[in-house]
Ligand binder design. Structure first.
Ligand code: BGC
Length: 271
C-alpha cells in the first residue's frame, strides 16, 4: 500500500462497480491506498478483479472481488449483502460500470440501445438505490465520515457534449447527470452526498481506437487543450477526494476530469 501521509478513507468501506478494468480498477486501487476496505466488483472478467483484491490484501489492505451484473436487481442486492458481510458496513459507492455499443442511429439495434441504458443508467439507479437504503439503516455513531455515505456516479464529458454515432451512450450519460442531481437533492436531508465524475478521454480499453495509433492520438489531442490523454489514475484521485470528508460540503455536482475537453477547444482561434 502507498504510504500516504493521510489516509483520507481510513475506516471506510467502499463498493466500486465495473472494477475489473480501466477507470474502475484504478479507482478501487486508489480507494484502498487511501485506507478503504474495497469491494472490487466485476461482471464477466473475474481474474483482474481477483488479482487486484489479492494485491491490496498483500499490501495490508482489505479487499474482496465480487461478481454481479449491475443491471440485475437481485445481483445488486447480493453485491451489497456480500459487501456488508465482508466489511460490516458500506460508506462509499462508486457506480462506475459502463459500456459503449456504438452505431449510427439508422443502424443502432434496440438490443444495443437497451444494453447501454441498462448497464450505464439503470445500473447506477439500482446501485444508488441500494446504497441509500443501506446508508439510512446504518447506525450514525459508527460512521467513519461526517456524511452518512457518499455516492459517486461515473459519468462522462458526454453528459454535456453531444456525440454523433453514440446516441445510446450520450443519452445514458445525460441521464446520469440528472440522476446524480435529483438524487443529491432528495437524500441530502439524510446526510448522503451524491456527485458525478465526468472523465474525458482516458487511456482505457473502452476507447482504444481513439489512442491506439499515432494518427488517432494526434486527432484526439486536438480535442484536449491540456495536451495529453488522461490516465485512469487522474480519475481515481478525483474519486478519492469526492468520497472523503475533504469534499464534505460538495453534493449534486459533476467534477470534470477532462484536460479541458469541455472548453470548446475549436474556439481557441476565435471560432
Ligand atoms: C468515452 C470514450 C471517449 C471519451 C471522450 C468517454 O466517455 O467512453 O470512448 O474517448 O468519452 O470522447
Amino acid at each position: 500500500m502507498e504510504s500516504t501521509a493521510t489516509h483520507l478513507l481510513a475506516g471506510h468501506s467502499a463498493i466500486v462497480t465495473g472494477a475489473s478494468s480501466g477507470i474502475g480498477l484504478a479507482v478501487a486501487e486508489a480507494l484502498a491506498d487511501a485506507g478503504a476496505a474495497v469491494v472490487v466488483n466485476y461482471h464477466s472478467d473475474a481474474a483482474p478483479a481477483e488479482e487486484l483484491a489479492a494485491k491490496i490484501r498483500t499490501a495490508g489492505g482489505r479487499a474482496e472481488a465480487i461478481g454481479a451484473n449491475v443491471s440485475e436487481e437481485q445481483d445488486v442486492v447480493r453485491l451489497f449483502d456480500a459487501a456488508t458481510e465482508a466489511f460490516g458496513r458500506i460508506d462509499v459507492l462508486v457506480a462506475n460500470s459502463g459500456v459503449q455499443k456504438d452505431a449510427a442511429i439508422a443502424d443502432l439495434t434496440l438490443a444495443d440501445w437497451n444494453t447501454v441504458i441498462d448497464i450505464n443508467l439503470t445500473g447506477q439507479f439500482l446501485c444508488a438505490r441500494e446504497a441509500v437504503r443501506r446508508f439510512r439503516a446504518q447506525p450514525r455513531e459508527a460512521r467513519p465520515a461526517r456524511s452518512a455515505g457518499a455516492i459517486i456516479t461515473m459519468s462522462s464529458v458526454h453528459e454535456v457534449i453531444p456525440w454523433a454515432g453514440h446516441v445510446n451512450y450520450a443519452a445514458s450519460k445525460g441521464g446520469s447527470r440528472m440522476l446524480t442531481r435529483t438524487l443529491a437533492q432528495e437524500v441530502a436531508v439524510d446526510g448522503i452526498r451524491v456527485n458525478g465524475i465526468a472523465p474525458g478521454a482516458i487511456r482505457t480499453p473502452i476507447n482504444e481506437d481513439a489512442w491506439g495509433s499515432d494518427a488517432a492520438l494526434e486527432k484526439l489531442l486536438r480535442l484536449i487543450p491540456y495536451g495529453r490523454i488522461g490516465e485512469p489514475e487522474d480519475v481515481a484521485r478525483a474519486a478519492v477526494w469526492l468520497a472523503s470528508d475533504q469534499a464534505d460540503y460538495v453534493t449534486g455536482t459533476t467534477l470534470f476530469v477532462d484536460g479541458g475537453m469541455t472548453l470548446y477547444p475549436e474556439f481557441r482561434d476565435n471560432g
